[in-house]
Write a protein that binds this ligand. Sequence first.
Ligand code: NAD
Length: 287
Amino acid sequence: MARILDGKAIAKQVKDELRQRVSQLRETGLVPKLVVVLVGDDAASASYVRSKSRAAQDVGIDAEVIQMPANIAEDELIRALERLNEDNTVHAVLVQLPLPAHLDTDRILMHVHPAKDVDGFHPVNIGRYATGTPLLWPCTTAGILEILERSEIPIAGRTAVIVGRSRIVGWPTAQLLLAHNATVIQCHRQTVNLREYTRQADILVAAAGQPSLIGPDDVKVGATVIDVGINRVGGHLVGDVDFAAVEEKAGAITPVPGGVGPLTVAMLMKNTVHLAEIHQREKEGFR
Ligand code: NAD
């Protein structure tokens, strides 16, 4: 039976530590501030934004949600982001994805200043982590590292297989595990004979958005299985991994819900505090 990697408990540890760092910042007169830009009225996005606001409040971060109409013009949204870039009281800016179809997501994300890009999606920040000088890592990827490290699961020298190569999760996660000296195999929709690769994994990250993609025959005995997927099936949330069957074979496994999800939110807070601390250090440097 696999060890269950309890994301909620790990996220709580992270948030407890952050509260300390936030109160130190507040003592210097700086209140870390995160602004979430929410365009349109997608119910799932609105619910994610609410949980981000709650988590911010929980650790003492000032969170503001700017709600924009679904039909907002691209240039108007860009002007709003530029105002946030210039606002010295704002340390972190997040554009909630997905954006409505008429908006060019790549163009919009280019207008979040790299020093406030709390999601790590700006090309400058992708370039930084791809060249070994990360400012920060995207939240879900950073959360996966937090789970592995706090659960004392070694990465260096292990074979890590990532199923999925999105800019949001799969690709940065492969880069992060490579940076931590894993041997990395990246799989995607066009991978032929997926199982041939997943069965080699000491660390298997499933980030495809396909319920039951990973079953017991896809997993090596004793592997660590990190299930990033969030899929709604018959009114329930499930991951990409057939949890009940894979639990019998894996060495460690994250549940859905209660695994990677809580860490993604906690790492958004950690990235916000990190950006606020850098802001503060730079301000002190100029005195
Ligand atoms: P995406 O659709 O952008 O990317 C999916 C990736 O999986 C693609 O690279 C695709 O090639 C690959 N893929 C799809 N089907 C495959 C298959 N059958 N075999 C091999 N590869 C396959 O999705 P995303 O934004 O990367 O999100 C992936 C999943 O993770 C979704 O379920 C999403 O809801 C979830 N997610 C969870 C969190 C969290 O905090 N837990 C955060 C972000 C995303």
